[in-house]
Design a protein around this ligand. Structure first.
Ligand code: ATP
Ligand code: MG
Length: 366
């Protein structure tokens, strides 16, 4: 449905020197899927989205949506934004003041190139408002709505034109945590229901994991990994991705030997056995990523079949209701563990940690 090839959008300073932007960004989004651009502030997410929308004119590359090439640097094709007919919600969504909720939503239909009858407009608006759960509020003054309701209205306004492609730039950024959680579910349901191809921009990793069919992790204007949410989390391509997605403890080491399917990595906490990962050679430096939920803790030395048993002490702990987050000190290294709240070991107590080799991720250190 959407095909982006080698997109380059470069910003120059007053001397004409390249300062930032995106380079060689390529990805494809199948019809009806939700694709997320995720990365830290300034990595180029909005630039990518604005380039797709036609709000930025890239210096190179090609964009094809729904069989139509809307941008091609080589052929000098540039379809203006209003002719691309994509739905958009920006980082700072603007609700039109002095208008009702209904009017905010019907406005794009009234000023668009396609002409609709009054009845058609009413039907479309009410369908969009129902989809975001605002049908009951159609007659209310839009500026007197809560932040969450305004954000939903911005979304209704984007989908009322029934766009083939929906571009969402941090559409939940202005909501408090609880409302954001709720809207995440609603937005996901809505996207799946309408089957509208969507590009979703966020710097919130949980949001990306929860919403997406596929995620592209961006850094300094480049895509560094593109994969399904579970694969991004379980098989990060490098340290940056492992660090950005989820919580993890890194342990530096050196590959001692490769024994069939297993690697042994010598580290400051002792040898760590890791299920074999591609491209790790004996003698090479490695960093092992350990997710807190994969650390099991015991108050006495457990007997298990693998070698990953480490003795440490409870360094600190935080009771979070449904989980107990622990910092376990093994040698000089602090490992994060997420345990069942029934654990009662006090700070300073001796503790044993085990980690299944299948759940240890060995990465190149850079
Ligand atoms: N109009 C512009 N002129 C010059 N530089 C720009 C312009 N817009 C963005 N940039 C720079 O390009 C880089 C990418 O910006 P972009 O807005 O795409 O980041 P982002 O990933 O959306 O970040 P955030 O999460 O903070 O919204 C940044 O270094 C930014 O400073
Ligand atoms: Mg942005």
């Amino acid at each position: 449905m959407l095909n982006i090839q080698n997109l380059n959008t470069v910003y120059l300073d007053s001397q004409g020197v390249k300062v930032a932007g995106i380079e060689n960004v390529s990805f494809e989004v199948p019809e009806g899927k939700l694709f997320t651009l995720l990365g830290p502030s300034g990595c180029g997410k909005s630039t990518t989205l604005r380039s797709i929308a036609g709000l930025e004119k890239p210096d190179g590359g090609k964009i094809t949506a729904n069989g139509v090439t809307v941008f091609d640097a080589d052929r000098k094709t540039f379809v203006p934004p209003n002719k691309r007919q994509f739905g958009m919600v920006f980082q700072s969504y603007a609700i039109w003041p002095h208008m009702t909720v209904f009017k905010n939503c019907s406005f794009p239909l009234e000023v668009g190139t396609k002409k609709f009858t009054k009845q058609q407009i009413a039907d479309k608006v009410m369908r969009a408002l129902t989809a975001v759960g605002l049908d009951h509020a159609a007659d209310r003054d839009a500026t007197k709505m809560s932040g969450g309701q305004q954000q939903r209205l911005a979304l209704a306004r984007a989908i009322v034109m029934e766009p083939k492609l929906l571009l969402l730039d941090e559409p939940l950024s202005n909501l408090d945590a609880k409302l954001r959680d709720k809207m995440r579910f609603e937005l996901k349901r809505l996207q799946r229901e309408l089957k509208v191809t969507t590009i979703y921009v966020t710097h919130d990793q949980e949001e990306a994991l929860a919403m997406s069919h596929e995620i592209a992790i961006m850094k300094d204007g480049h895509i560094v990994q593109k994969a399904r949410p579970r694969d991004i989390y379980e098989q990060p391509a490098n340290r940056f991705v492992a660090d950005f997605i989820g919580t993890t403890s890194f342990v530096d080491g050196t590959v001692r030997n490769t024994d069939g399917q297993k690697l042994t990595i010598d580290s400051a906490i002792g040898p760590i056995t890791v299920d074999h990962s591609e491209g790790m050679n004996v003698g090479a430096k490695a960093v092992v990523s350990l997710r807190p939920e994969n650390l099991e803790i015991f108050d006495s030395k457990p007997t298990i079949e693998h070698n990953n048993v480490f003795e440490g002490t409870v360094y600190s702990k935080v009771f979070l209701g449904e989980t107990l987050d622990l910092q376990v000190k093994v040698g000089e290294q602090i490992l994060l563990a997420r345990a069942h709240p029934s654990h009662r070991e006090p700070v300073g107590a001796k503790i044993w940690v085990t980690i299944d080799p299948a759940r240890c991720i060995a990465l190149n250190p850079q």
